[in-house]
Design a protein around this ligand. Sequence first.
Ligand code: SAH
Ligand code: DHB
Ligand code: MG
Length: 224
Amino acid sequence: MPQPQDRWNAVDHYLTDRLVPADDALTAALAASDAAGLPAINVAPNQGKLLQLIALTQGARTILEIGTLGGYSTIWLARALPADGRLVSLEYDPAHAEVARTNLARAGLDRVAEVRTGAALDSLPVLAAEGAGPFDLVFVDADKPNNPHYLEWALKLTRPGSVIIVDNVVRAGAVADPDSTDPAVLATRSMFELIAADPRLSATAVQTVGTKGYDGFALIRVTA
Ligand code: SAH
Ligand code: DHB
Ligand code: MG
């Protein structure tokens, strides 16, 4: 009997081989990220395509991403936008942002997608002051201890009908471990409490397994 992770990897490869065609710009983005020493914590290909399909289903014209890394998820999301759409992605690390900008340019997305360097909690008020948004879709995938703050900023920068997706909300089950003292876990729990208490939000979260291990994402719809 294969170990669970081996089986999860095999199924991810099975599904991705059939449903997620190889793509030069995405492959090059991962190769450039690896060459620059970025951690391989980007969404998996089948997850990136899920994000893209949600954005397309949503008819998103404006997307906000918090946590760019090398721009892998950014490429998936930006490709869902119409030619006059706009994506803003926020990244703390200038080296990550530079890799992402090169990757977006190679993918032909540098006109539609912009990477802003700095702590997201500094960039978000700037975006709000500029009158950016409302964003049709927000993807939250940065430093997990700030997830409650990111949710609150996402609510300021969205509209009824917008969708917010938060990555990594399960962390191998730690989210439901009463003994966890991990700040990322405690903050993600605080975020779920905020969601649960907010009558403007309708949300769910699902556990996932695959090449990225056992984790999950939350899907939140702003209803009012
Ligand atoms: N969304 C990417 C992965 C993001 S990894 C993908 O799937 O391809 C998380 C990123 O968040 C890292 O690049 C990290 O540098 C960035 N980050 C960490 N703290 C941050 C902060 N305070 N503000 C903005 N970005 C941050
Ligand atoms: C980590 C961050 C992520 O966004 C992710 O999807 C997986 C792992 C991390 O910081 O370890
Ligand atoms: Mg993530």
